[in-house]
Design a protein around this ligand. Structure first.
Ligand code: ADP
Length: 796
């Protein structure tokens, strides 16, 4: 059998099972609707048997019998005869009583008989309300189950609805002494709450472990044992055994309490926004059911006495229907819903309705009060005026209520659509990549009042570089912590899931994806207020993420295009100069027959320019290798003084204006580097020192050990034109050349320092500089010592 048939079979089986139980439930409703019942309970006190409770929907109540009355005649016999067999139990339900006469404290007697009486209206209303609640449970149960037959939570919701429906209907039937109803009512009310417990255990989509764990079914064990015991000892002489009934009620109550506890726990412990939202919907549904019942029914009756509810018992039951609606919605919804907005709107319109109703009621009362002094035309005019006033007041009342609600309940409310809308043109007008990055981080941090934000962009090697940071992420240690985490992140800690469990300085890691490729990650800290993120906040973040990804992608493209332009212009210019020179001298050699010394000079020019060409092409190839992540390092122990001497000698050949000084600290620890590449890095910095100190001077090449960082630090000091602070960072990027009057005429491609930095980083070191305009520059290269590297490796 294939999976499709399996699902169909399962659907059919459960649907039939459900249908049978629904039919039983409907039978109980149908039998109950025309069957009157007394709805009375007696208990034995010091003064003998008295009425202990009267059901609001029973005949006893509608015939004026109340708590404290004494029974004198039951079923046509003196009450004592009927009651004496229950003397030991101390309690009797009126299940087997069809005729009753009582006397009240004033000595007045009241009688009631099932014969010839139809159920009071309150009983019919109560039954109708329960029927509506059951129908909502059934329809939602079927709908959700048929829509998601593979979802365990959906199946459990369906079964819970069916069983709770049976419990409600059988309960009605049991009160009216319909055969078997009391057994089914007890069984269903024992199992029902545990079905809900099971439902809440499997609802969070993350808890798939529980879906197939057979041990979960153990939660039903106590209820099943109690059901079996109920058949054996639950009834005595046709009456429920009191202690056993209490145990049953306690067990059902415990089930409901545990279900609610699990729902709250799921909500509080959810890391996934979706699960949090699911649980929020469920909890809001339960509150929507219970709060109106409490406010409109239970509390008024507790204050003003029984029968004084704003909405009578029968009607208030209808609010329970909110529970299945919320449970069903929580399973079916896949989208994040703006619940806060929903609550805010409900609160606003609820209050408006109350205020308007109060105004209109006052007007109507006023008209009724002064009716006798007013003629019909005056009444109509006053009515129209008051109607006009109410209409005119609608607007101001609405904005007043909105103002109060926003001020006290939604302090940091903002319109996320408006923010995203206004961010777009700002991003479009941003000058370059770093402006775009700053804008994205700044807008997010400020709107949400976060402790910090950081935008990390994926570089060509797939690693991340920080492109903008604010708040706590300006701190280098936090940045390092973040970059480290990003290298080992997984989908479980990516937005919309929270990343807080991974690191408390984080709330969300939001991947920025454009054109199917991840461009970077927007990392956000928790709010300054430590409050949770609302649905509005999440909508804002979703919006910012998509706008940001697109803007960053176009900023990167623009940047790439401008680099390519620079590359083409530099390459063509720099390649052309030596090539022109080579061509010129070759032509001269072919056409002329110069003396030997001139011929040698020309050949030397050709050789030098060919060397320049080779160097340039090497640089271009190196840049390409670096950018495609293909740097190969052959690390070996080197003798620094050899490399220094060699490179200083080469540099010295190109100049007579400069004097080279080499200083190496005694007893330097060994370093591991790629000999050729390290030599080239030093050679490049030395040749820059020569090029950019046109007036000559000393060039000092030195090396010392730095204890604090466990590094050998090489420095090259010149007395040249220097570098201004604004240029210091960008010097190490591709094709960056400083345009100053002093640099006019100095040839270069802007690749040397970029290659030097990338190679040094690949050898585990770093490169930086200190400089003062027109005084000279010092370039530093640090390389960790071999011992330190070894111990670090051992540690990690
Ligand atoms: P280039 O081929 O232009 O020298 P580099 O990448 O080696 O390329 O250097 C980038 C820029 O840094 C140079 O164009 C120059 O403006 C500046 N620069 C490098 N070294 C020095 C220095 N020692 N003194 C002053 N400016 C320097």
């Amino acid at each position: 059998m294939n999976q499709g048939d399996n699902i169909m079979g399962k659907r059919l089986l459960f649907s039939l099972f459900g249908l049978c139980i629904i039919l039983v439930s409907l039978t109980f409703f149908a039998l109950s609707i025309s069957k009157p019942y007394l709805g009375i309970e007696f208990s034995k006190s010091a003064q003998g048997w008295v009425v202990r409770a009267v059901d609001a929907t029973g005949l006893a109540k509608s015939h004026g019998i109340s708590v404290g009355d004494k029974p004198i005649e039951i079923n046509g016999q003196p009450a004592q005869i009927f009651l004496e067999k229950y003397d030991q139990d101390g309690t009797v339900w009126g299940l087997f009583i069809s005729e009753l006469t009582v006397v009240d404290i004033q000595g007045q007697s009241k009688s009631v008989s099932l014969e010839g009486n139809s159920p009071p209206a309150a009983s019919k209303i109560e039954l109708a309300s329960w029927l509506v609640v059951c129908i909502v449970f059934w329809i939602i149960g079927y709908f959700v189950f048929l829509k998601k037959p593979k979802n365990t939570a959906a199946l459990l919701l369906y079964i819970s609805g069916i069983i709770l429906g049976l419990s409600f209907s059988a309960n009605m039937g049991a009160a009216r002494s319909i055969p078997t109803a009391s057994y089914l009512s007890a069984a269903a009310s024992l199992i029902g709450p545990w079905l809900l417990v099971h439902f809440f255990l499997v609802l969070p989509e993350g808890s798939t472990r529980l879906h197939s764990n057979p041990r979960v079914y153990l939660i039903y064990l106590p209820a099943l044992i109690t059901i079996v015991l109920f058949l054996l000892i639950g009834y005595h002489d046709g009456q429920p055994v009191l202690w056993f009934r209490s145990l049953r009620l306690f067990e059902s109550g415990a089930g409901f309490a545990i279900a609610a506890g699990i729902a709250i726990f799921n909500y509080a412990g959810a890391i996934s926004v979706r699960i949090k939202q699911q649980m929020k919907i469920v909890l809001i549904g339960c509150l929507a059911a219970l709060i109106p019942i409490l406010v409109l029914n239970v509390i008024p009756q507790a204050i003003w006495g029984q029968g004084n509810a704003i909405v009578p018992d029968g009607f208030s039951i209808l609010f329970i229907a909110f529970i299945p609606i919320a449970l069903g919605y929580s399973i079916l919804t896949q989208k994040l819903m703006d619940i806060d907005l929903f609550i805010r709107r409900s609160a606003i319109y609820g209050l408006i309705t109350i205020v308007m109703a109060a105004i209109i009621t006052t007007a109507i009362l006023a008209i009724i009060t002064f009716q006798k002094f007013l003629g019909r035309p005056q009444q109509i005019i006053i009515g129209l005026i008051l109607g006009g006033v109410a209409t005119a007041l609608f607007g101001p009342v609405k904005s007043g209520i909105e103002f109060v609600i926003d001020k006290y309940l939604y302090k940091d409310r903002y319109d996320y659509r408006q923010i995203i809308k206004s961010l777009n043109p700002l991003l479009n007008s941003a000058k370059d990549f770093s402006d775009v990055s700053r804008l994205i981080v700044g807008t997010t941090v400020q709107t949400l009042n976060l402790a910090g934000g950081c935008l990390c962009i994926k570089n060509t090697d797939g690693a991340f570089d920080v492109s903008a940071s604010q708040g706590i992420f300006v701190d280098m240690t936090n940045q390092k912590r973040l970059l480290n985490l990003l290298s080992q992140r997984n989908i479980k800690i990516e937005f919309p899931n929270s990343a807080t469990r991974q690191d408390i300085i984080l709330s969300y890691l939001i991947p920025l994806i454009a054109g199917g490729k991840e461009i970077g990650v927007l990392c956000l800290s928790p709010k300054n207020s430590k409050q949770d993120f609302s649905s509005d906040d999440l909508f804002l973040l979703e919006g910012i993420a998509s706008v940001a990804a697109i803007s960053l992608r176009s900023a990167i493209l623009v940047h790439d295009v401008s680099i390519r332009d620079t590359f083409v212009s530099i390459a063509s210019h720099e390649l052309r100069t030596p090539l022109t020179s080579i061509l010129g001298y070759t032509e001269l050699l072919i056409n002329k027959d110069p003396p030997e010394s001139t011929r040698k000079r020309w050949l030397k020019h050709i050789l030098n320019n060919s060397q320049k060409l080779t160097d340039l092409i090497d640089d271009l190839l190196n840049v390409t290798r670096i950018q495609s992540g293909k740097i190969i390092m052959k690390l070996e122990k080197v003798n620094l003084s050899d490399i220094f001497e060699e490179r200083a000698a080469i540099a010295q050949e190109s100049t007579s204006k400069h004097k080279f000084v080499v200083e190496i600290e005694l007893g330097l620890p060994a370093i591991l580097v790629d000999r050729d590449k390290f030599g080239e890095v030093i050679g490049n910095i030395l040749s820059n020192a020569v090029k950019y100190s046109p007036n000559g001077g000393n060039i000092t090449l030195s090396a010392r050990y730095e204890l604090q960082s466990h590094c050998v630090v090489v420095s090259v000091i010149d007395q040249g034109i220097g570098i201004g602070p604004a240029d210091r960072e960008s010097l190490f990027t591709t094709f960056h050349r400083i345009q100053r009057p002093e640099t006019q005429g100095i040839r270069g491609s802007g690749m040397g320092l970029y290659i030097a930095k990338e190679w040094t980083k690949a050898m585990g070191g770093d490169i930086w500089l200190k400089s003062e305009l027109n005084k000279g520059s010092t370039f530093f290269i640090s390389i960790p010592t071999q011992d330190f590297k070894d111990s670090f490796k051992a540690l990690s």
